[in-house]
Write a protein that binds this ligand. Structure first.
Ligand code: FPP
Length: 239
């Protein structure tokens, strides 16, 4: 863990490159996701150990439904496995202080997964050390739309006028309400895009890119990202 470095409070990670990792090895893409899910576990544990308070992992976007059914099912299976494991290791996770939160639209997910999400969120609600947000069927624009719709309903009911809407009200309707914005977003696999990830919350986020494919990402890579972050000069629009 880098020393003398300002630690980001909230790190977002786009888990990209699983497919290429598998293809490079002549394996089915689902094997890449499997390995990616292992990396997710390793990085979660490590980040919590070094004191990161919020982690948001982009696991499945609203656009990922266009992939072949076999691949979608493989990712859903991994998500299901993780949630079941979280249920089995409830005590351990609570002791470690892991709070699990889901961000995204659950309505399109299989019912058993929705139930596991409800259990994981409920059982870990008191844990405070590290919040792990899992973005599944998540889209940043859709998240803003979700918030704006609930505000429109309040306007329609006469509770507030359009001119009374503040930035904080939009923020309060996001899936990440009550959490700090990400300080750092990491995207491995050589892509330089945000891909609809936390687009509202990332207004002043620092970005860190790397050619490493997500299944190969290690705690040492996270250290590097945090070290680089520590050398950035964040001005938030000031001088
Ligand atoms: C992007 O890589 C990755 C995904 C669309 C799925 C990521 C899902 C996991 C790592 C498993 C989720 C499980 C848990 C427990 C959170 P890609 O397939 O787009 O890679 P490519 O660009 O190389 O094709």
């Amino acid at each position: 863990m880098p020393e003398n470095t300002a630690l980001p409070v909230h790190i977002g990670i786009i888990m990209d490159g699983n497919g290429r990792w598998a293809t490079q090895r002549g394996l089915p893409r689902s094997r890449g996701h499997e390995q990616g899910a292992q990396t997710f576990r390793t990085i979660c544990e490590y980040a919590a150990d070094i004191g990161i308070k919020y982690l948001t992992f982009y696991a499945f976007s609203t656009e990922n439904w266009s992939r072949p059914a076999e691949e979608i099912n493989a990712v859903m299976d991994l998500f299901r496995d993780y949630l079941k494991e979280a249920e089995e290791r409830q005590e351990e996770n609570i002791q470690k202080g892991f709070r699990i939160r889901y961000i995204g639209d659950t309505s399109a997910l299989p019912e058993d997964i929705r139930k596991l999400i409800r259990i994981a969120e409920r059982e870990s609600a008191q844990a405070r050390k590290t919040t792990v947000n899992l973005a599944v069927n998540y889209g940043g624009r859709q998240e803003i739309l979700h918030s704006v719709r609930s505000l429109a309903r309040r306007v329609q009911s006469g509770e507030i006028t359009p001119d009374e809407i503040r930035l904080e009200d939009i923020q309060a309707g996001l899936y990440t309400a009550g959490q700090p914005d990400p300080d750092l977003i990491i995207r491995p696999s050589g892509e330089y895009r945000l891909s609809n990830f936390l687009i509202w919350q990332a207004a002043y986020t620092e970005f860190w890119y790397s050619d490493i494919l997500w299944p190969d990402f290690t705690p040492a890579d996270l250290d590097r990202a945090i070290e680089d972050y520590g050398n950035r000069n964040r001005r938030f629009g000031g001088i």
